[in-house]
Design a protein. Structure first.
Length: 164
């Protein structure tokens, strides 16, 4: 059976204040994560992340609701995913489990660098089939690996440290 959480942790050669901006400000999020980002980064703020899907030539449009904003330590949102083919409308990206998955970013300062922990959880409450859950988990594990690698490089460049 698939796990209910995906966890990743990276050490970034940038101060926590820089990494905070990279994970919370739309213009920076668009440099390492989604292709188009619209988000009101405050608790209850709504947003949309658009991921261009080159394989299907159709974008994935994912509604989000910001849950936690504790600068510069913690940022969390829920995103409304549905099994393919279509995401739910923004109104269904509700804050309760079973209608959305929680994504949490935790930042910890460490000798001028930042330890970033990302946890995506709540997939089991979505009521997906085993196959859909397994597909989501595999896709998102790979996706976080790719996106966090981009984030590490981007934040270091933004901090003036250069690529890792």
């Amino acid at each position: 059976m698939a796990a209910d959480r995906i966890e990743r942790e990276v050490l970034i050669e940038a101060p926590v204040e820089v990494v905070w901006r990279v994970v919370t400000e739309p213009e920076h999020i668009a440099r390492w994560f989604a292709d188009v980002v619209e988000v009101d980064p405050r608790p209850g703020g709504l947003g949309v992340l658009t991921f261009e899907n080159q394989a299907t030539n159709r974008p994935a449009v994912v509604p989000i609701v910001v849950q936690v904003v504790e600068p510069p330590r913690r940022f969390a949102f829920r995103w409304g995913f549905a099994p393919p083919p279509a995401p739910p409308p923004l109104a269904e990206a509700a804050t309760e489990p079973g209608r959305s998955v929680l994504v949490e970013f935790t930042l910890t300062a460490q000798d001028g660098r930042t330890r970033l922990r990302v946890v995506e959880s709540g997939m089991l409450a979505m009521g997906w089939s085993d196959a859909a859950l397994a597909e989501y988990e595999e896709s998102h594990r790979k996706g976080w690996d790719t996106h966090l690698e981009r984030l590490v490089d981007y934040a270091a460049r933004l901090a003036g440290v250069g690529a890792r």
